[in-house]
Design a protein around this ligand. Structure first.
Ligand code: OXD
Length: 349
């Protein structure tokens, strides 16, 4: 009897048209596979929002006997189908999302299945969103957008000693999390003449011009010197609610908070209070504890808050980068070489 073919499953047909896997990518993956492999492309829509996850019946069925699963996150149902029963041989899961908290359920953590993610793929557009957010407040665009809605010529708002503007060269940015996203933010801020400091959990590399704060109290020191605090860390047991009332109170008066990472890292109620108090210049928030942000959230009503609906990483170049990564890692997998973007399942990113 012939051996069953080795199976790779593509479950990347996101319901959002610009995130759904293009036909050329599917063709390129197929072309990269040797003859002993079969590729199953799941046609049912997948959900790539946030960490991804969820599973169509078709995806669960396709996962039985799969050795490689390419999806948006990983649901426990897909994992079970691919790891239980005769012929189970799951070895590698790739997530097209950056955050992978939802894929790290206990059975997956305990298994020897390798998980890769796509954090670096989102770095460039996310860093541009961060720049837009910084400039939104530093050039007083929040003030003029509001005035325009009222059909009001707001020149007077820019006439006082307290005009709502600052030049980037007089501002310091503090970046929490200096992974791919944090580094892309840092490089841009350095190039624009900002003072840039950062904290990171592991590693000592930092882009040129970036001061890495390390050791006990590093976050406190970062907060005390950050006119703009950029949250770019993954959500893990260590980072959950890491920025609370105490931390927000350490920021200089007039500071701006930008969060493009995960809502759970910043205490939302404490942030809303700090913003309402007028002590902070503002906040640009792309991520929230609950998404969509409920209509009852006080954040909607604060004039110094810019709410974006978890879109900081949206880019028309997404699939170009994602395809390159998938093909590179598929080649590596087939050759038995180490994969790029391997997630440390204990650290959680
Ligand atoms: C992600 C996201 O991919 O936040 O993690 O969209």
């Amino acid at each position: 009897m012939r051996d069953a073919p080795r199976r790779l499953v593509v479950d990347l047909r996101d319901a959002r048209p610009n995130m759904a896997v293009p036909a050329e990518t599917v063709d390129a993956i197929r072309a990269a596979l040797p003859e002993a492999w079969e590729m199953v492309v799941v046609g049912s829509p997948a959900d790539g929002r946030g960490d991804g996850g969820g599973a169509s019946d078709e995806a669960v069925e396709a996962a039985r006997g799969a050795e490689v699963y390419l999806g948006w996150g990983l649901s426990p149902e897909v994992f079970r189908a691919a790891t239980e029963g005769d012929g189970a041989r799951l070895r590698w899961v790739h997530s097209a999302s950056a955050g992978v908290g939802g894929a790290l359920f206990p059975a997956m953590r305990a298994s020897d299945v390798v998980l890769t993610n796509s954090a670096g793929i989102y770095a460039e557009p996310m860093a541009e969103t961060v720049l837009a957010a910084i400039l939104h407040f530093s050039r007083g665009l929040d003030v003029v957008v509001r005035a325009q809605q009222e059909r009001r010529w707001a020149k007077g708002d820019f006439a006082g000693m307290d005009a709502p503007v600052r030049e980037l060269s007089e501002m310091a940015v503090g970046i929490v999390g200096l992974g791919g996203i944090g580094q892309a933010v840092a490089r841009r801020c350095v190039a624009l003449g900002m003072r840039v400091r950062a904290t990171r959990r592991t590693g000592t590399e930092a882009p040129e011009g970036v001061e890495l704060l390390r050791g006990d109290g590093a976050l406190d020191r970062l907060l005390a010197s950050s006119d703009v605090l950029v949250v770019a860390a993954p959500l893990t047991g260590e980072t959950r609610a890491r920025v609370g009332a105490r931390e927000l109170a350490m920021l200089p008066a007039g500071a701006v908070v930008v969060n493009v990472a995960r809502g759970g890292i910043v205490d939302e109620a404490a942030l809303a209070d700090a913003l309402a108090s007028g002590r902070m210049r503002g906040a640009a928030l792309d991520v929230f504890d609950r998404e969509p942000l409920p209509p009852s959230s006080p954040l909607w009503g604060l004039s110094n808050v810019l709410v974006t609906p978890h879109v900081s990483g949206v880019s028309h170049l997404f699939w170009r980068r994602q395809t390159r990564l998938i093909l590179e890692n598929t080649g590596r997998y087939l050759r038995g070489a180490p994969l790029l973007n391997t997630v440390d399942k204990t650290a959680g990113y």
